[in-house]
Design a protein around this ligand. Structure first.
Ligand code: CTP
Length: 206
């Protein structure tokens, strides 16, 4: 079985020395890639800028922006079959600056307004494979996750409240719930991110 996993943040450059991003460290996605490789699956990990070691047996492609991440995912899923899997754990920036300045912007050249344009939705745009998404929320966690599961055509979504103790960016643990397109909820206790990852690949192999 072929599996493509996205992990980490994306960076959307404003000029050569400044960017928009978020605090994702990639730990959850790297754990998913490791757990999938442990099962003997053929794993490609498409990683944004993170400081983590590549898990054993995993092919890694490093990218910076959301558009690069989309292109790497499409390459990795070229001629994929409907039994192959795409697991999107990356914290993709939804917006990017309309243009990236060629040289460092000077304050006198700026008027305090940054024009943004929408980035592609990587998970939504991938078709023809089994898909799993993540929803990191700060309120209405289950309702928002269920909406994303339906809108993005997912087999299930992994929902977590990033404000809960032991959860969120940079932690080694996570407390998640799996939500299906029909709204079925399977809540897990607080676990290590690797244990959560093993539950995800276990669910996919059932
Ligand atoms: N995702 C993606 N590409 C994007 C945005 C999100 O692939 N441009 C994926 C994420 O990797 C995650 C899922 O979609 O698996 C949900 O991401 P999230 O940021 O929670 O959702 P959004 O679609 O951005 O929704 P909203 O802004 O309404 O919260």
């Amino acid at each position: 079985m072929r599996v493509v996993v996205t992990a980490g943040p994306t960076r959307e450059y404003i000029d050569p020395v400044r960017f928009l991003s978020n605090p994702s460290t990639g730990k959850m996605g790297f754990a998913v890639a490791r757990a999938a490789a442990e099962r003997g699956w053929d794993v490609t990990l498409v990683a944004g800028p993170v400081a983590l070691k590549t898990p054993k047996g995993v092919k890694r492609v490093d990218v910076t922006s959301a558009r690069e991440m989309l292109s790497a995912v499409k390459d990795a899923l070229a001629d994929a079959s409907k039994d192959d899997v795409f697991i999107a754990t990356a914290a993709v920036a939804d917006w990017r600056p309309g243009k990236c300045a060629k040289s460092k912007l000077k304050k006198r050249e700026m008027d305090g307004v940054l024009r943004l344009v929408r980035n592609p939705d990587i998970l939504k745009s991938v078709k023809g494979v089994r898909k799993v998404g993540f929803a990191a929320e700060t309120k209405d966690v289950l309702a928002e996750a269920a909406r994303k599961c339906r809108e993005k055509g997912l087999e299930f979504i992994v929902a977590n409240d990033v404000t809960a103790p032991g959860c969120g960016f940079g932690t080694d643990t996570n407390r998640v719930a799996f939500i299906g397109p029909d709204g079925a909820i399977e809540s897990l206790p607080l676990l290590s991110k690797l244990a959560v990852a093993r539950r995800i690949v276990g669910k996919l192999s059932r």
